[in-house]
Design a protein around this ligand. Structure first.
Ligand SMILES: NC(=O)c1ccc[n+]([C@@H]2O[C@H](COP(=O)([O-])OP(=O)(O)OC[C@H]3O[C@@H](n4cnc5c(N)ncnc54)[C@H](OP(=O)(O)O)[C@@H]3O)[C@@H](O)[C@H]2O)c1
Length: 340
């Protein structure tokens, strides 16, 4: 069977490996195996066609070295690209069977968001179309071109631009993603080291459905096997990726503290105070305490899988079970293993 070339464009947390990791707890070092994120899930799969994984971002060598140190074998390479420079994409994608488009931003100016999540996503789609590769685009739950939150708005416009170029593209929209090095549980665990309380705004009642990075990795592995039935099933579809549990933001704060473990009160502050705080923080250099107006607004909105999906949606849990024989992984089983 011919080896397929799979490009992880924007391999960072979600595209990287999750096993093994060294976790330092005071004097002891735990070496834990937490599962496989996308690169290793695809590279090590014995189902379907053998695959060569190319990780592509502006500086992919660091990630390649980390993957190799973690034991990922030779069927992996690194080729630099910058999605804001279309000329770098076409040569890097040459010969690819599938491109996973993953570059996204958490903080930035509206122009930076537009450059990456709209124009950049479109550039990747154009290059994927040029080389005739299958495209899997990673967006986010809440993506909405009409949103007044820049992150959600540019994710929504990005999806439209990708669809215009590649109508057959598959879109995955995750809720919060957890796994070693995630930017949610790790961040709040670290904040609890410095702050006497963990703040939520306006009660912290918005709902979230944390999904395990390795479950997304498994799904992408199945999608890139080169199985014509799976390719037909996912063509032009949207998968909203959520985990097995739905929790409010306030509950997630309590769970984070329980996993660490550390005792801190979770305190609800008025939304107006949060927005004022964000306006000040946005003007200061970025740090662990940085919170933006957009993020405060985002935290007021439910971030869960649509309970009434349209005909263009494919249920993530069903796909995970059908093609990977896996039930969605609970955060309760994993997060305590890596937060500190
Ligand atoms: N993590 C979550 O909880 C979550 C939730 C919902 C949706 N998502 C979406 O999932 C995707 C992946 O998220 P992630 O957490 O894995 O992000 P991440 O860790 O920030 O990784 C993104 C990678 O993109 C690369 N990159 C940045 N600018 C680039 C450019 N101009 N050209 C090429 N590469 C560039 C960066 O590597 P270099 O520095 O080497 O370029 C970075 O490592 C994003 O689209 C994100 O919006 C994530």
């Amino acid at each position: 069977m011919a080896t397929r070339k799979i490009v992880l464009c924007g391999a960072g947390f979600l595209g990287s490996v999750g096993s093994p990791r060294r976790i330092y707890r005071g004097m002891t070092v735990d070496i834990i195996v937490l599962g496989k994120h996308m690169a290793s899930a695809i590279e090590s799969s014995t189902t379907g066609a053998p695959r060569h994984v190319q990780i592509s971002s502006r500086n992919p060598d660091k990630l390649l070295q980390a993957l190799q140190k973690d034991g990922v074998s030779g069927r992996i390479s690194a080729v630099p690209v910058d999605i804001t420079k279309p000329g770098t994409l076409r040569p890097a994608f040459e010969g690819a069977d599938a491109i996973i488009s993953m570059v996204g931003l958490l903080n930035g100016t509206p122009a930076e968001f537009e450059n990456i999540q709209c124009k950049g996503a479109e550039n990747v789609a154009l290059a994927a179309r040029d080389v005739g590769a299958q495209l899997i685009h990673i967006s986010a739950i809440g993506a909405d071109p009409k949103s007044d939150i820049t992150y959600a708005k540019t994710k929504g416009i990005g999806e439209q631009l990708v669809r215009d170029v590649c109508p057959d593209a598959t879109i995955i929209r995750p809720s919060i993603v957890f796994g070693p090095e995630d930017q949610f549980f790790n961040r709040f665990a670290r904040l609890s080291q410095y702050l006497p309380v963990l703040p939520v705004y306006n009660g912290g009642t918005a709902l979230f459905q944390p999904v395990y990075a390795s479950d997304i990795g498994r799904v992408v592995e199945a999608m890139t096997r080169g199985d014509p039935d799976i390719e037909n099933e996912i063509r032009g579809k949207i998968l909203e990726a959520g985990g097995p549990q739905v929790h409010s933001l306030r509950q997630l704060m309590h769970y984070t503290l329980k996993y660490v473990p550390r005792w801190r009160p979770v305190v609800s502050l008025p939304l107006s105070f949060g927005l004022l705080q964000a306006r000040v923080m946005e003007k200061l250099p970025e740090s662990i305490f940085t919170i933006t107006t957009d993020q405060i607004k985002q935290m007021q909105l439910d971030n869960v899988v649509n309970p009434n999906p349209g005909p263009d949606h494919l249920p993530f849990h069903d796909f995970l079970w059908k093609h990977c024989h896996q039930i969605p992984t609970s955060m309760h089983k994993k997060v305590a293993g890596y937060v500190q």
